[in-house]
Design a protein around this ligand. Structure first.
Ligand code: C5P
Length: 321
C-alpha cells in the first residue's frame, strides 16, 4: 500500500448569481469558479486498523467527524466496504494554508483530495465523473475542487462546464483572521432579504441559469481579456455580507483603489480578492494595502490563477511492503 501527498488548491468565485430557491432547500446558482495556487497539502497514510483519523494543527480545523475530509473517507469506506475491509483505515494529515471559513472552499478541497487519494490508494479506478458524483454528496463546491481550473457551475454549484484556463493572471487576497462567515448564514440572510427577486417560473429559471454561458463574463474568459474579466466580477452575496461586516467593505474599497483589474468578495466571504495582470502589479497592490491598513489581524496573500484541481505531489511505498 502506498502513502500519498496531495495538493488541494483553493478557489475564488469570479461570478456568483443567486437565481432561486430549490426544492432541496439549497439555492439554484450560476457561478464561474477559478482555482488559485494557494493550496493545502493533504497526506494520506494507510493504517493497519479500520480507523479513520484526521490530524491538523490549525486551531479552527476540527479533528473529528465534523471535518469534511473525515466525511469524505467515511463516504469512500461506506461506498466500497470490501475494499475498506481489505485495506484498512487511513490517517489524514491536513497541512492548512488556505484560510478557514473564508469563501475559498478550503474544507471542500481537502475533502476532494481525500476522494482522489483514496481512489489511488485503494486502486478503485474511479473516473473523474464518478468521483464528482461522490463529491456532490459532501458539498456543493467539492465536485469543482476535483478538476479545478476555470468552470461554469450551475444547479447547486455541482453542474460543471469547463472553461479555458486563465493561468497567467494573479490575485491578491485579504482576510481578517478573526472574521469568519458561515455560508449557511449568508444564503439564509440573502433569502430573507431578496427572495422576492427569485425566479419562480421554471422557464425563467432555466433561461437565467443558461444565460451565464453566453454572458459577458464567459465571453471575457474565452477571449482571455483580463480587463473585461475584472470589470465583470460579480457576487450577489456581497449584498448581505458587506453591510454586516464593515471591515470587509473597507478592505474591498482599499484593495480596489490600488489600480488592480477588479475586486470582489469570494463565495460567502469574508475573503476579498483583487485580480492583477502581473506578479509586479499584485506585489505592489499587496504592499499598498498593507501600508493603508496596518492591522496585525489582516492577512494578505499573493497567488496565481491555476489550471489544476487536486494533484498528487508524491507517493511512496509503506515500510514492510
Ligand atoms: O453545500 P455546502 O455545504 O457548501 O453548503 C453550505 C450551505 O450553504 C448550505 O447548507 C446552504 O445553506 C447554503 N447553500 C445554498 N445553496 C447552494 C449552496 C449552498 O443555499 N447552492
Amino acid at each position: 500500500m502506498r502513502s500519498y501527498s496531495l495538493i488541494a488548491p483553493a478557489k475564488i468565485n469570479l461570478y456568483l448569481e443567486i437565481i432561486s430557491d430549490r426544492p432541496d432547500g439549497y439555492h439554484e446558482l450560476a457561478m464561474v469558479l477559478q482555482s488559485i495556487d494557494l493550496a493545502d497539502r493533504i497526506d494520506l497514510r494507510p493504517l493497519s486498523t479500520d480507523k479513520i483519523s484526521v490530524r491538523c494543527t490549525h486551531p479552527q480545523v476540527p479533528q473529528d467527524e465534523t471535518n469534511l475530509a473525515f466525511r469524505a473517507a467515511q463516504l469512500m469506506a461506506a461506498q466500497f466496504p470490501q475494499t475498506f475491509a481489505r485495506y484498512g483505515g487511513v490517517e489524514i494529515t491536513i497541512h492548512k494554508h488556505i484560510p478557514v471559513a473564508a469563501g475559498l472552499a478550503g474544507g471542500s478541497t481537502d475533502a476532494a483530495a481525500v476522494l482522489v487519494g483514496l481512489n489511488l490508494m485503494w486502486s478503485l479506478g474511479l473516473t473523474q465523473s464518478e468521483l464528482q458524483e461522490l463529491a456532490a454528496r459532501l458539498g456543493s463546491d467539492v465536485p469543482f475542487c476535483i478538476t479545478g481550473g476555470c468552470a461554469i457551475a450551475t444547479g447547486r454549484g455541482d453542474q460543471l462546464s469547463p472553461l479555458p484556463s486563465l493561468d497567467r493572471l494573479y490575485v491578491v487576497l485579504g482576510k481578517y483572521s478573526s472574521l469568519t462567515v458561515s455560508t449557511a448564514w449568508a444564503y439564509q440572510t440573502y433569502r430573507q432579504q431578496f427572495s422576492s427577486s427569485y425566479a419562480t417560473e421554471s422557464q425563467n429559471l432555466v433561461s437565467r441559469a443558461t444565460n451565464v454561458h453566453s454572458g459577458p463574463m464567459v465571453k471575457a474568459i474565452v477571449q482571455a481579456d483580463g480587463q473585461q474579466i475584472g470589470q465583470q466580477l460579480h457576487n450577489d452575496l456581497e449584498k448581505v455580507v458587506l453591510p454586516a461586516y464593515p471591515l470587509v467593505l473597507q478592505l474591498r474599497e482599499t484593495i480596489n483603489s490600488t489600480g488592480v483589474l477588479g475586486t470582489m468578495m469570494s463565495g460567502s466571504g469574508p475573503t476579498v480578492f483583487a485580480m492583477c495582470e502581473s506578479y509586479t502589479q499584485a506585489q505592489q497592490a499587496k504592499e499598498a494595502v498593507k501600508a493603508a491598513l496596518p492591522d496585525p489581524d489582516l492577512e494578505l496573500w499573493l497567488a496565481k490563477f491555476s489550471a489544476s484541481g487536486i494533484q498528487v505531489a508524491s507517493s511512496s511505498l509503506e515500510k514492510g511492503e
